[in-house]
Design a protein around this ligand. Structure first.
Ligand code: AMP
Length: 120
């Protein structure tokens, strides 16, 4: 989990601080959501907490209400994006084997096409 000295130099930390642009689709006191710069589906939005949690492993010490909030916002974004009824996929990659590349926790909201299973 982030300590006081953690500057969050991840790309998402920079987006949170407004140092680099992002196409934001949601913003509240706990999280923001923006379009993935390299979309893997017609709709591809990332929901991130303002708090710097590095990976899903940090959830062990995190506020469960915050974690629940991320899911609520993801569902609202799915509705907002018009993919709720057709269906969508929520993904959170963790550490190298999970395919994580940015070490600020983020929930992928993917939709607008048929998803396959199992994931690659
Ligand atoms: P992950 O591999 O699960 O860590 O996902 C990181 C995601 O962040 C990838 O889907 C990238 O395309 C996306 N990404 C990286 N840089 C940016 C950026 N500047 N703005 C929006 N999305 C980004």
């Amino acid at each position: 989990m982030a300590g006081a000295a953690d500057q969050n130099d991840t790309i998402f930390g920079k987006i949170l601080r407004g140092e680099i642009p992002a196409a934001r689709v949601w913003e509240d006191e706990h999280c923001i959501a923006f379009r993935d710069v390299s979309p893997a589906a017609p709709t591809h939005v990332l929901v991130i907490p303002r708090e710097h949690l590095r990976t899903a492993n940090d959830f062990v010490d995190a506020d469960p209400a915050l974690l629940g909030h991320l899911l609520v916002v993801a569902a609202k974004i799915a509705r907002q994006e018009g993919i709720a009824e057709g269906g969508y996929r929520l993904v959170m990659n963790c550490n190298p084997d999970g395919g994580q590349s940015v070490y600020h926790v983020h929930l992928h909201v993917l939709g607008g096409r048929q998803m396959s299973w199992p994931p690659g």
